[in-house]
Ligand binder design. Structure first.
Ligand code: P1T
Length: 380
């Protein structure tokens, strides 16, 4: 089944009790049993919910995996993955990643004895140097948030397999429409479904997809045992958002390519980060690894100061100044003081998150209007 058919049909059947074509929202906390232990497969709604089941099956199909496990947020999904490990285990992560992921790694799981190293994954030798006998997981974001760097999933998987280490890919920026890491040998895919999967900036949600039954069992156990489950309304919103993922993403990619080209030609702009640009150091990898280049763009200004960035950030009318990404509307943000403020100054500067770095989540509006909006703000 091709992707556009999958988003409408995979894992989705009309409701058996009513024929409702749309998956019902099963707003219930518990299920009646005929006798103790005799039931229809549902006991308590933290453990199972029919709306959530449909979404889990749909997500597994989109990522070409076998098991989907949904959570209350992207970070709740990360939390569950980390709870598969124990004190003394080591995780190697890319050094350019969502600030909240960095924070949960260091400030939450660091306290429980997990060890994290953050490396530049553009060169495999950096990962190789970080691997020890205690390394259990390599955590990749690709494209990265907010620098839009790429990590070569095939190369990392080859290295990890030799060492018996698991590979997890945060596929939030690409979405399964542009990239399916399990097909490239990754063991775990994680999403902030809050972003492109939901697509309408109206829900917080997270998901994990795997192929391996043992990993799935462990994650279903943690979903129930730790309990950070999404509500059925939230699952419904993600199911609804997914139906147009390919259409929204096509338009966002098209708009982002035009906007990146415009920014690259603007006098006040120092550097544009967008995998679709020929100037992107990993443009060839992007062509190989992704179906298109995504809807995220970041750029720095020639005058590298928070004041210069603020002038642009406060002068757009269509681009709304806000955290998050992947919705139908365009957003503008300042990683240094917003999404990545939890990363220490020295660390963030090392990865290029400069004071003037501005991040755009490109929506599905008309590209000409978006460019005019940015042009006015840049010239303000
Ligand atoms: O916000 P939440 O659903 O918990 O997802 C966390 C998360 C995980 N992974 C990536 C790559 C992310 O970008 C995020 C959340 N990011 C933002 C809120 C942001 O504005 O970048």
């Amino acid at each position: 089944m091709k992707f556009a058919t999958k988003v409408i049909h995979a894992g989705i059947e009309p409701d058996v009790s009513s024929g409702a074509i749309m998956t019902p929202i099963f707003q219930t906390s518990t299920y009646v049993q005929d006798a103790p232990g005799v039931h229809k497969g549902f006991e308590y709604a933290r453990t199972q919910n029919p709306t959530r089941n449909v979404l889990q099956n749909q997500l597994a199909a989109l990522e070409n995996g076998d098991y989907g496990i949904c959570f209350a947020s992207g970070l709740a999904a990360t939390d569950a993955i980390m709870k598969m490990f124990k004190s003394g285990d080591e995780v190697i992560s890319c050094n350019d990643l969502y600030g909240g992921t960095y924070r949960i790694f260091n400030r939450v799981f660091g306290k429980f004895g997990l060890k994290f190293s953050f490396v530049d994954m553009s060169e495999m030798k950096n990962i190789e140097a970080a691997i020890t006998s205690n390394t259990k997981l390599i955590w990749i974001e690709t494209p990265t948030n907010p620098m839009l760097n790429l990590v070569d999933i095939v190369e990392v998987v080859a290295l990890a397999k030799k060492q018996g280490v698991l590979v997890c890919v945060d596929n939030t920026f690409a979405s399964p429409y542009l990239q399916t890491p399990l097909d490239l040998g990754a063991d775990i895919v994680i999403h902030s479904a809050t972003k492109y999967l939901g697509g309408h900036s109206d829900v917080i949600h997270g998901a994990v997809v795997v192929k391996d039954k043992n990993l799935a069992d462990e994650l279903y156990f943690l979903q129930n045992a730790s309990g950070a489950v999404p509500g059925p309304q939230d699952c419904f919103l993600i199911l609804r958002g997914i139906k147009t993922l390919h259409l929204r993403m096509d338009r966002a990619c098209e708009n982002a390519a035009k906007i990146a080209a415009f920014l690259e030609g603007h006098d006040r702009v120092e550097k544009v980060n967008f995998p679709g640009l020929k100037s992107h150091p990993q443009h060839e990898l992007a062509k190989r690894q992704m179906k298109n280049f995504g809807g995220m763009v970041s750029f720095s200004l020639k005058e590298d100061s928070i004041e210069a960035a603020n002038k642009v950030l406060s002068n757009t009318k269509l681009f709304a100044l806000a955290e998050s990404l992947g919705g139908v509307e365009s957003l503008i943000g300042h990683p240094a003081t917003m999404t990545h403020a939890s990363i220490p100054l020295e660390e963030r500067r090392k990865t290029g998150v400069l004071d003037s770095l501005i991040r755009l989540s490109i929506g599905i509006e008309d590209a000409d209007d978006l460019i005019e909006d940015l042009n006015i703000a840049l010239n303000a």
